[in-house]
Design a protein around this ligand. Sequence first.
Ligand code: MLT
Ligand code: MN
Ligand code: ZN
Length: 304
Amino acid sequence: MHIRILGSGAGGGFPQWNCNCKNCLALRSGVFSGPARTQSSIAVSSDNENWVLFNASPDIRAQLESFPPLQPARAVRDTGICAIVIVDAQIDHTTGLLMLREHTEPWDIYCTEAVKDDLTTGFPIFNILGHFRGVNWHEIKTDQSRFEIPQAKGLVFTPIPLKSEAPPYSPHRHNTVPGDNIGMLMEDSKTGKSLFYAPGLGVIEPHVKTTMENADCVLIDGTMWTNDEMSHEGISDKLASEMGHLDQSGKGGILETLNTLSKPRKILIHINNTNPILDESSAERATLVENNIEVSFDGMDIHL
Ligand code: MLT
Ligand code: MN
Ligand code: ZN
C-alpha cells in the first residue's frame, strides 16, 4: 500500500491567510525551520494506479498537480482518483469536492449517513454536484463492518467510529451523532499491512486504542500541542477539545497513548499552524523525536 500525504496541515493550512502567529510570521519571513503545509488530505493505493482520495481539501488543485500518478493522462479528461472517502463534513475535508466538479462521470463518494446529511443540508455540496455529473453515495456504516471499494483492488477498509466534533455549521456541532467522525483502518491484502488514519480524534476510546495497537502504522490527529494553544497568542479562547481534537502533550493526551504502543510506526497529521511541533528546532519537536513520533509533511510517501 502506498500512502501519499497530499496535505498535512489542519484547516487554514500553514501559513494561514490571515494569521500572524509566531509560526506563520516566521515562515513568511523565511526564518522558519520547516515547510509550509496545505490542508488535510491523503491518497491511498495498492496497485499504484487506482487511488482512493481521503478528504477533499480546498487546496486540492495544487495537491493533485503535486503528485503525477493522480493525473495519468490516459484520455483527454482523466484522473487517477477512483473513489473518494470523506471522514467528516468539516470545511477543510470537503470544499475540494467543488473543485472536482468537472469529472466526466458521477463521483463514487463513501461517507456515513451523518456526513451525507450535512453535505446535503447545512453545506449542500452533494446537491450542487448534482448539477454537474452528480454523486454516487456509498454509505459507510458505523458498526465497524469491513468493506471494499471495487475500483481500489487489494484494499480492505474498516471504519472506526470516533468521538470528535461535527462542523460548526452542523445542527449536531456539540451534540454529535454516530458517524459525524470516523477513522479508517485500511489493510493491503497482498502485504497484510495496515494503516489507521484518524485526522480528527477527540477521545481515544478503548476500541480506538485496540485498533491503534494492532495497526502497522498510525496516522493520527496532530492538530494541537496543548488544549489552550489558540489562547497563547490571543487568537481565540476556543479549546482544541471544543473543536474535537485531543491535544498531544496534556495528561491523557495523544503522546501518552502513542507511547504505550509498541507495534506501529507513529505519524501525526492535520497539524494546526499554531502548533510548536511545526518548528523543527523547537523543544516540542525534539520531544516527538525522542519518542519516535514523526510529523508528516506534504509530499511524504508511506509504503506498507
Ligand atoms: C477542524 O478540524 O476542527 C476543522 O477543520 C476546523 C476548521 O473549520 O477549519
Ligand atoms: Mn480540520
Ligand atoms: Zn498562524
